[in-house]
Ligand binder design. Sequence first.
Ligand code: RIB
Ligand code: CA
Length: 316
Amino acid sequence: MARKVIIDCDPGIDDAVALCMALFDSRLDVVALTATSGNVSANQASRNIQAVTERLDPPRWPRFGVVQDSDSLSSATALHIHGDDGLGNIRLETSELHRQHPSDKVIVDTVHNAPGDVSIIALGPLTNIAAALKREPELAHFVDRLIIGGGSIHGIGNITPTAEFNMYCDAESARVVFQSSLAKTLVPLEVTEDLMFDISLLNDLPPEASRVGAFLRETVPFLFRSYRQNFGVEGIHLHDAVTLVAALHPEFFETKDMPGDVETRGELTKGMTVFDRRSRPENRSNMEVAVSLNKTAVLDAIMQCLRFAGQESTNA
Ligand code: RIB
Ligand code: CA
């Protein structure tokens, strides 16, 4: 039986790689795809989830959840990393969906329809998850597990010296989610940055003849250029692909139960995730945190997913 999941994301190139993996994986039933601002604006993220799905044309299409710029409080974007359109400036076309529903409403309606059977994979800021908790205070009763990509255990950030991007963009929502009773797994930067992909990845992508291969060969090269220009490195991280593998293969990750919280007011520490690792922590653990990964197994899982997606998206 395929595992029902909602993917909440801010595409973003690494989000798009995760979507290529998830939308064709027979172990997953992506029942909803909800957009959040983050790497790109709310409107752009809403366009991107639809445009990527149209371009990939997976065997099963998810319900879409959208967000509006007017509702977005996100305090940063990552256009310098992912391009002005968030997908390496490939300017995908998309047909406007007639009836568009807000992301948080789609999340709540989806879990109400299958109480306890749906997991949420959050690949962007946690704005929609916090909004869903506001709309449905008993959300924890309806959700199997929330897998969160982001944060950092030791307080070393990427968007600031102390904060990871997804938590920084909406620290208040992240704190609401961390303090909620949702069953949570966090996949932090220490784990997602432990896997670096070099330029040989471009040769290992699915063939151009497949929809997945053609799409990835257009969008992923931009990430190599932006990592070289912004970080001076010859390689990329695919944070969201690693987070997706944590949902598919938890056995590839070592986790520890920890009490986590999020700084929301610090001038230098806004968005910093703080874990009480003292021998006698003040608060009870509220999440399991991935502390290490089996690099070979995770890399193989990503490439196997993409290979399968390539086969499934090759027109007969
Ligand atoms: O910090 C990395 C995370 O922020 C990834 O999810 C990336 O897509 C951005 O959303
Ligand atoms: Ca993301």
